[in-house]
Design a protein around this ligand. Structure first.
Ligand SMILES: [Zn+2]
Length: 273
């Protein structure tokens, strides 16, 4: 528990991701220290053959380390083996094939590229108005949910990482229609929204912003995940309480947890049981 909240972090990276800065064991040790109840590793898996990191992720080595961590931290921490797939529509088949033969506890689908351009770059934003930049991004996230391949939508509004410096302050209001469509799809398919706290150290806002969480709830959304996107122990569970409070303030009361891609729900605060 952290500050009385059931504490999960379902967006965590280790050396098993090309940009990870800690071992699975070190991340688990830190998780116990800060009071996480569950840690969900979500290593990057990329599918663009032109990407030099496409083959970085080693499933067998990952599962061996996960098993070792489960033994070492048994009784103190639930350790979930997830993956964060980079979603791009043109390689949907590759994602599907990969997931067919590699079992995980959960699959996060994240949009990092739109039209083959990384959304957190100047290159992506320079060629687009604010409207185009966000609308094209939301369209890609809706495709990721429609694909039926993912369990959790990762860091919605990640476009803000560079979008705010390129286009100015962000509000979801101009994109209400896109967001409502996206959320209706998520509700239909039972895909939870993730509140990702990495945005708080990138741009001072969660991914997505609190106003967007409100639109999600208005559209019937109630499934929630929380993640720090921590690539190192110091960022694990980052500002967990902020995420839990945003969720509760907007009417979300439960967290999703995953095992072998089966979803369960736990109340965020024990007085909600
Ligand atoms: Zn990501």
């Amino acid at each position: 528990m952290i500050d009385g909240y059931y504490a999960i972090d379902y967006q965590v990276h280790s050396f098993r991701s090309h940009d990870g800065l800690a071992s699975i064991q070190d991340q688990c040790r830190r998780a116990v220290e800060i009071g996480l109840d569950e840690i969900g590793f979500s290593e990057h898996k990329d599918f663009d053959p032109a990407d030099p990191m496409a083959d970085y992720f080693d499933y067998d080595a990952y599962m061996t380390e996960i098993e070792a961590a489960r033994r070492e931290f048994a009784g103190a921490l639930k350790v979930r083996a997830g993956v964060e797939v980079d979603y791009q529509r043109w390689f949907e088949d590759r994602i599907a094939n990969y997931l067919d033969s590699h079992p995980f506890d959960f699959v996060i689908g994240s949009v990092h590229y739109v039209d083959r351009k990384m959304i957190m770059t100047e290159e992506y934003n320079a060629g687009r108005s604010a409207e185009r930049a966000y609308r094209d991004y939301f369209k890609a996230t809706a495709d990721s949910v429609s694909s039926g391949l993912i369990d959790i939508l990762g860091h919605l509004e990640y476009a803000n990482r560079r979008g705010i410096s390129a286009h100015g302050a962000y509000s979801p209001q101009p994109y209400r229609e896109e967001l409502e469509n996206l959320f209706r799809l998520m509700v239909e398919r039972g895909v939870p929204l993730e509140i990702n706290t990495a945005g708080l150290h990138h741009v001072g806002l969660t991914y997505p912003v609190a106003d967007t969480v409100e639109i999600y709830v208005e559209q019937g959304g109630r499934l929630l995940s929380i993640g720090s996107d921590g690539h190192e122990p110091a960022k694990l569970g980052y500002q967990y309480t902020t995420a839990a409070e945003i969720a509760l303030a907007k009417g979300l009361t439960h967290l999703c947890t995953w095992e072998s891609r089966q979803r369960s729900e736990v109340p965020i605060a024990s007085n909600l049981e």
